[in-house]
Design a protein around this ligand. Sequence first.
Ligand code: MN
Length: 271
Amino acid sequence: MEESNIVVFGVPIGKRFKDISEKLRKTSIYLEVFDIDRKRNLLENIKISDLGDLEIKNLEEIISYTKNIVQKNKIPLLISGDHPTLFSFQAFDEKTKIISFDAHCDLKDEYEDEKIIDLSTWSGNFDSRVNGATWLRRLCEKIDPKNILLLGIRSCDEDELKFIEDNDIHYFTSSKIKEDIKSVKQKVKEFTKNSKLYITLDIDVFDPSIAPAVHHPEPNGIFFNDFQNLLESFKGKLVGLDVCCLNPIQNNEVTEFLVIRSIFEILGLIS
Ligand SMILES: [Mn+2]
């Protein structure tokens, strides 16, 4: 912990959390950290400590855990079944920008559906004001929406789009990213320049053909080279990240490998 600059911990929210944390930790051993194309070790200068999985009684505890790590000048990396971001992001100062890689906007005002995961699954209560489809809308009640950038969205309703436009939330759909990467990169560069950045990576941002192990496999997602391309244009300072929404499939570890490699790519921004 003392020597590390990245501190990993699991946040037990969303479905099948134990499966997810176990699978990701296991898979992380099997990937090379050297990238032959760029001839560099993505984790050079990175020292990771792993606190294991949290035991929490209420979601507010995620804030204090994250804050504790931030105060030690270390970067928290949260592994979770669903977005812990409504809470973890509150550990950072108000100028920090948030970049969400996600197929979904998660900006619904209310949503009740058995397929949508209650963030507090252990309590058994379903709160349609705070869940996997509404968390970013709730966060917008606490932060300046102009500090939000959505990348790779393709599942959105009229109300969410109106909210995005009314609040000047920045966004690029997956189609736009794939069709016009050059201008998207330029704009991402401007958004991230001289800023502190928090990344939340919902693995369903990727095309289902390369990331089948998700709850909501939305067609027409981005591919890995699009992800690498986007990261290349990040100019700010990474201060925190979370990775969520894996839904492991038996005898198919394609998505787990993609998750780990994606984490290495993000950490490569620091090293
Ligand atoms: Mn999603």
